[in-house]
Ligand binder design. Structure first.
Ligand SMILES: Cc1cc2nc3c(=O)[nH]c(=O)nc-3n(C[C@H](O)[C@H](O)[C@H](O)COP(=O)(O)OP(=O)(O)OC[C@H]3O[C@@H](n4cnc5c(N)ncnc54)[C@H](O)[C@@H]3O)c2cc1C
Length: 567
């Protein structure tokens, strides 16, 4: 039965007095928009709808609730219906699904999921923040009991109960991205044996393959089975209870519990049915003020398509930071302030059992996909703080920058300490359209326990500057097998004996000045060491003696990672 809402029945004269803003979806984007709008203007009537039982909950905390790191469910509730009412005079309707938009009449249809009653509501401005739904592939068995996606508090509650009630000991996580890996960590906290099934040959798809290697080694060292390069084919019920995840290769992976984490899809149905423009990447098309193709409707968060700051291309980026910032931009737009959303650069971090992986901007594979060719990259493996202070841990860092202007395009880092700090600094530089020269010059915190007088960020900038100004031209790792250059390893003989690039010859840096004449002058020389530093010293010396020498950036450490990644 369709009822008329109270506000609608009060007639258009009242509507005219108080502008009505309706918000669909009351979590990251929706709730931040609602609260900001109220702070800006007391005169709006603000009504928020969510089909779930909660608004403003911490979706990002859900894996940790499964892992009992967050033991008290109420900690996930950042705001409540009552809080929104009392603190902000915002009306919240939970368990109420918005099922349609009549753009001509400026009406939405809302369905109370408890009573099944529907009603219409008038809007002067409508904000869509419905998020993205976990992808559930249409494969046999994916609806069997014991198979879960993680999106809501009830989802994580169900996973917790399943583990307890079925005394679950084994789990298969399908998908090795952010959410999959966070679930891996938390299932390990619950003492389950975990297998990751991932279609790509690497985990963490946003990373370039060689940068994912330390992460994969870490996961393997923690006892996690990695079943990579193989997709999900179906899931079967196991005789006597439990499940069998069958991969495309035919591999059969037994599990008491399966987590589906193969990605999310923007919830565009409402927008699409209303005739709003959908972009080429499958998200709702918006302008810089997050306005859709209808000037009275705005959209934010996981449902929208926005511009990638680095490539300039349209992208969908399901992350909480952009959703929150976009919510704010929409509030300002509705309130009559002209604020613009700058675009996204995919700054993200994940922690897995002590290891941190973070990235910002474009990856090398992303640049290649986007057709960008005028870029260079450097690898470095510095300590997270001064080496003389106890406890320095290595950070593996890759920096991508455009040639010849040095604009920073992206960075990825993996390590145990200080990883996200470096990526955040580089992310800020990207946001301000900074160059590698800005990184080299950046004045950052330093005391022995925190960093180094030349912080890894400075070092990355300096290495890149050396590439740009010709002081340290780098060899292309991709050409390693094809090049006829002499491979010169300048590590000490005992290091060389432990492993080296095939065909490399060993002439340690410590003997180079006395023996360099042994090297041929008619061939290019590609210089390698452990991480790139001694090779740089050697290459500088050789260049000044008239040799054509290039540095293999990142040295044997990067070589090992690239080999392990099959590059
Ligand atoms: C398990 C998990 C972990 C995450 N961890 C991180 C992290 O560590 N860092 C990070 O940056 N991001 C993380 N994210 C992503 C982040 O939570 C999202 O990017 C962000 O919440 C998107 O905000 P949103 O407002 O677009 O959508 P959501 O926050 O998903 O909110 C959408 C709401 O709209 C409701 N809704 C949808 N359709 C309707 C309708 N028709 N009527 C009424 N209500 C509707 C939904 O029920 C939902 O409650 C994580 C996400 C998940 C699921």
């Amino acid at each position: 039965m369709v009822q008329q809402s109270e506000s609608q029945s009060t007639g258009s004269s009242q509507i005219g007095k108080r502008r009505r803003v309706l918000i669909v979806g009351g979590v990251a984007g929706g709730a931040s928009c609602a609260a900001r709008l109220r702070r800006l203007d007391e005169s709006f009537e603000i009504v928020m709808f969510d089909r779930g039982p909660y608004v403003s909950f911490a979706n990002c905390g859900l894996p940790y609730y499964v892992g009992n790191v967050i033991a008290d469910e109420s900690r996930l509730l950042v705001g409540s219906r009552e809080m929104f009412h009392e603190r902000f005079n915002i009306e919240v309707h939970t368990e109420t699904e918005v099922t349609g938009i009549d753009r001509n009449a400026c009406m939405i249809t809302a369905r109370d999921l408890r009573t099944a009653n529907t009603r219409t509501e008038h809007y002067d401005a409508l904000v869509l923040s419905p998020g993205a739904a976990p992808i559930r592939p249409l494969l046999p068995g994916v609806d069997l009991p014991g198979i879960f996606a993680v999106r809501t508090i009830p989802d994580s509650r169900r996973i917790r109960s399943w583990i307890d009630d079925h005394n679950a000991k084994t789990a298969v996580v399908v998908g090795g991205g952010f959410i999959g890996l966070e679930m891996v960590e938390n299932l390990i906290h619950r003492e389950l044996a975990v297998t990751v099934l991932e279609k790509l040959p690497q985990v963490m798809p946003p990373l370039d393959p060689e940068m994912a290697v330390p992460l994969m080694e870490h996961l393997a060292a923690k006892g996690i089975q990695l079943h990579l390069g193989d997709g999900l084919a179906r899931i079967e019920a196991r005789d006597g209870g439990g499940l069998i995840v069958v991969a495309e290769s035919g591999a059969r992976l037994p599990a008491d519990l399966v987590i589906l984490a193969i990605g999310v899809k923007p919830e565009i149905m409402l927008a699409k049915n209303a005739g709003l423009k959908i972009g080429p990447r499958g998200g709702v098309n918006v302008d810089a003020q997050m306005r859709t193709s209808d000037p009275k409707i705005w959209a934010v968060g996981d449902v929208v398509e926005v511009q990638d700051l680095v490539t300039g291309q349209e992208t969908v980026l399901p992350l909480a930071g952009p959703a929150n910032r976009q919510g704010r931009v929409v509030a300002e737009s509705i309130a009559g302030r002209v604020t613009h959303f700058r675009g996204v650069q995919a700054t993200a971090v994940v922690g897995v059992l002590g290891l941190t992986v973070a990235s910002t901007g474009a990856s090398e594979k992303g640049l290649r996909r986007a057709g960008v060719t005028n870029f260079e990259k450097v690898y470095l493996h510095p300590g997270h703080h001064a080496g003389y202070y106890p406890g320095a841990r290595q950070i593996h860092l890759k920096l991508l920058f455009s040639v010849p202007d040095g604009r920073i395009l992206g960075a990825q880092a993996v390590g145990y300490e200080g990883v996200e700090k470096r990526i955040d600094v580089i992310a800020s530089a990207i946001q301000f359209k900074g160059t590698v020269h800005d990184l080299a010059e950046a004045e950052l915190c330093y005391a022995p326990q925190f960093g180094a007088a030349k912080d890894p960020v400075n070092l990355a900038g300096m290495l890149a500057e050396n590439v740009l100004n010709g002081d340290m031209p780098v060899a292309d790792w991709l050409e390693l097998d094809r090049s006829d250059a002499l491979l010169l390893d300048v590590r000490e003989p005992e290091e060389f004996a432990h492993g080296h690039i095939p065909k490399a010859i060993n002439l340690p840096l410590s003997q180079l000045r006395s023996r360099y004449v042994e090297l041929p002058k008619d061939r290019g020389i590609w210089v390698c060491c452990a991480v790139g530093q001694r090779a740089y010293f050697a290459a500088r010396f050789l260049t000044q003696q008239g040799y054509r020498s290039l540095n293999l950036s990142g040295g044997y450490t990067t070589y090992g990672a690239r080999k392990a990644a099959g590059l």
